[in-house]
Design a protein around this ligand. Structure first.
Ligand code: ZN
Length: 663
């Protein structure tokens, strides 16, 4: 007699894998303009070593350009992909703001997609279109930071058909982190009529769901799951008809519970220390120069105990984008086969890659290629695969041992904006992929950062994981974006970056201010986009200008703290200590939603619980006349002058900032 399988086994569900798009479609290319020797055909020849480039001359007119594909006839299109150039040849770069236009006749155009707000520079892109067209045009309005870069494209193509995973994506549970719980909500796709939903939860990506967490009537579209804080969980749904047949499986969603942000103190300032750390027993202890910041970025775990004894946390430097620290480095002359053997457990592999001197399938990380300024033939590192199960083990073991040693969090340098691996899926068979087979390098990077953040926060609720460097804006880890999985990014060289002359890297104040206003909103957006800012001011006056400008938008600020080069003799030397600014405590903004503060003629101000900042961004002297709202006793920090009155009344020099503290 044949026995039926037990009911539970029938219900057990496998980790869902989405259906993808079709193949690359052949196309002919044209462009608004091209630099000599860099024609449009070079972006559609299937060879990433050649490129189309709009111009070889830096010019702000380069921001506006278009590049067009002609498919020969109207065809179903799933996505538009491109791989853009990054600095080679100069000034080639990638779009930051763009639209994708479609046409059947080359005359009438419809906008089908646009760059997501604040997306950043898109070296790799995969824009969902799911439409029919003959002509596809990428039209840009901003290349890189808009200062004169020219659009350069190594390869651009569309894929045919429809990206069916986009349909399932509409059917992904939306997860909201709560304190000790995750709230899941979903919408039933209009194309199916289920009787019930089965909700599955697993602790590891890719794991099989042995039985549903819940079976819910079709009318119910939410579920509250109680889980421990800072412990990742993975969910998916099945829409099931009355006969028990699965109609549609959702995409998986990743989530973790977290206490509310208000449970931790706001970070007003932080410290940077690039030099050798001198402990508090040293006559010239580094602590004397650090200021009273919440945490210090830079020193290794060796400084953690000394700093912790003085109430400060350390964020040591770590990278995940290259094999550094996780596998050996190799000289450029190393035997490629030997290299391949040693890096295979942790390095990104793609069969189409071939860099001269490197094992086929592996990419030297961007800083380790001969055309890069940091290239060192004696020390080549390879691009890591953040999805590698072995790399994940090594990273988490490192994180735990550093936490045991007393660190407060991590400074993850160089993000994951690798031009090869960020936008593509690793094809390695030499290592297992922990986070799932469909993820790009950048998607998996978010998963790894999420696990590091959870390790840190389980140990230290006030711990910090900060990312420096790019991560593609469309990177997504099962519904989580970068802002969900870390405490924020670092904006290096905020407003001023004066290394060896006072006017070396001077950014337009209005541009910086406009971005800062958006960044202030980003701190409370969903998903959050949080930015920490770091200035390299030339002198004390410039430090006050940078600090006060950042505080118009309540951004956590630091200046590079170092003392080895007080006379600015060396490019990149670190100099200037600003503990007096790092030590300031303004409290919370009086009007939290007054993003960017208030304007009084040419002068800007922002009021806090304990004081007020004033900025003169113009090139001329301005008379500040900022009303306090009531009579205040105050100390103006820059001059040290004390006073009493109902108005900040001072002559502000060109490009300056002042701070009034209530007494
Ligand atoms: Zn891999």
């Amino acid at each position: 007699m044949t026995r039926l399988l037990p009911a539970l086994a029938v219900i057990a569900a496998c980790w869902p894998t989405p259906a993808g798009e079709g193949a690359r479609l052949p196309a002919t290319a044209s462009a608004l303009r091209s630099a000599p020797g860099y024609g449009p055909e070079l972006a559609v020849d299937g060879d990433e070593n050649t490129l189309w480039l709009a111009s070889l001359k830096p010019d702000s007119a380069n921001n506006r350009v278009w590049f067009q594909l002609d498919l020969g006839s109207v065809k179903p299109i799933a996505r538009l992909h491109w791989i853009a150039a990054q600095g080679t040849p100069y000034p080639a770069s990638a779009p930051a703001e763009y639209r994708v236009l479609l046409s059947n006749d080359g005359a009438r155009w419809n906008a089908a997609a646009a760059s997501p707000p604040g997306a950043g520079v898109q070296t790799h892109s995969s824009v969902l279109l799911n439409a029919d067209a003959r002509y596809v045009r990428l039209e840009t309005t901003k290349i890189n930071d808009g200062t004169g870069w020219a659009l350069g494209i190594k390869e651009i193509w569309v894929t045919g058909g429809r990206d069916a995973s986009a349909v399932a994506k509409g059917f992904r549970p939306r997860c909201q982190a709560r304190d000790g719980a995750i709230r899941l909500t979903w919408q039933t796709p209009t194309s199916v009529h289920p009787g019930t939903f089965r909700l599955y939860r697993v602790d590891e990506p890719g794991a099989k769901g042995d039985r549903p967490l819940a079976t819910l009537r079709a009318g119910r579209n939410e579920y509250l799951d109680r889980v421990p804080n800072w412990t990742p969980r993975y969910y998916w749904l099945e829409a099931v008809d009355a006969g028990g047949r699965v109609l549609l499986t959702s995409e998986p969603a990743a989530a973790f519970a977290r206490p509310p942000d208000t449970a931790t103190a706001p970070i007003e300032t932080f410290a940077f220390w690039y030099e050798t750390y001198k402990p508090s027993t040293d006559p010239d202890a580094s602590l004397k120069h650090l200021g009273d910041a919440a945490f210090v970025v830079g020193p290794g775990a060796g400084a953690a105990a000394d700093l912790a004894a003085n109430g400060k946390g350390v964020l040591p430097y770590v990278t995940f984008y290259q094999t550094s620290g996780w596998a050996r480095t190799f000289p450029a002359t190393a035997d490629p086969q030997q290299v391949a053997k040693e890096i295979a457990p942790v390095a990104f592999y793609h069969k189409g890659l071939h860099f001269p001197g490197s094992p086929p399938g592996y990419a030297p990380s961007v800083f380790c290629r001969p055309d890069n300024v940091e290239y060192n033939a004696g020390s080549i590192l390879y691009t890591a695969c953040p999805n590698s199960a072995r790399l994940r083990e090594l990273v988490l073991a490192h994180v735990r041992s550093q936490l045991d040693g007393g660190v407060l969090g991590f400074f993850v340098d160089n993000g994951y904006e690798d031009d090869v691996a960020a936008g593509s899926v690793c094809e390695s068979r030499a290592h297992q992929h922990y986070y799932g087979e469909q993820l790009t390098g950048a998607d998996a990077f978010l998963g790894l950062v999420m696990e590091v953040t959870c390790e840190v926060k389980r140990r230290h609720p006030n711990g910090v994981v900060m990312i420096n460097g790019g991560v593609p804006a469309d990177a997504s880890f099962y519904g989580l974006s970068l802002g969900d999985v870390c405490d924020g990014l670092l904006w290096e060289s905020y407003l001023r970056s004066s290394y060896s002359t006072p006017k070396e890297h001077v950014y337009d104040w209005q541009d910086v201010y406009r971005s800062s206003v958006e960044l202030e909103k980003g701190w409370t957006a969903s998903p959050p986009r949080r930015m920490f800012v770091l200035s390299y001011p030339w002198d004390r006056a410039e430090a006050f200008f940078c600090y006060a400008s950042a505080k118009l938008c309540a951004l956590p600020w630091s200046a590079c703290l170092g003392i080895s080069d007080p006379n600015h003799l060396h490019f990149g030397g670190h100099f200037g200590t600003y503990p007096e600014l790092v030590d300031l405590r303004l409290g919370r903004p009086v009007e939290p939603a007054q993003y960017g503060g208030a304007r009084h003629g040419e002068v800007y101000s922002r009021e806090y619980d304990r004081g007020l900042v004033v900025v003169n961004p113009t090139q001329s002297d301005q008379d500040a006349a900022v009303p306090f709202g009531k009579t205040r006793r105050y100390r103006e920090v820059f001059t040290g002058q004390e006073g009493e009155g109902d108005t900040a009344a001072a002559k502000l020099p060109p490009e300056s900032g002042r701070v009034y503290l209530w007494r």
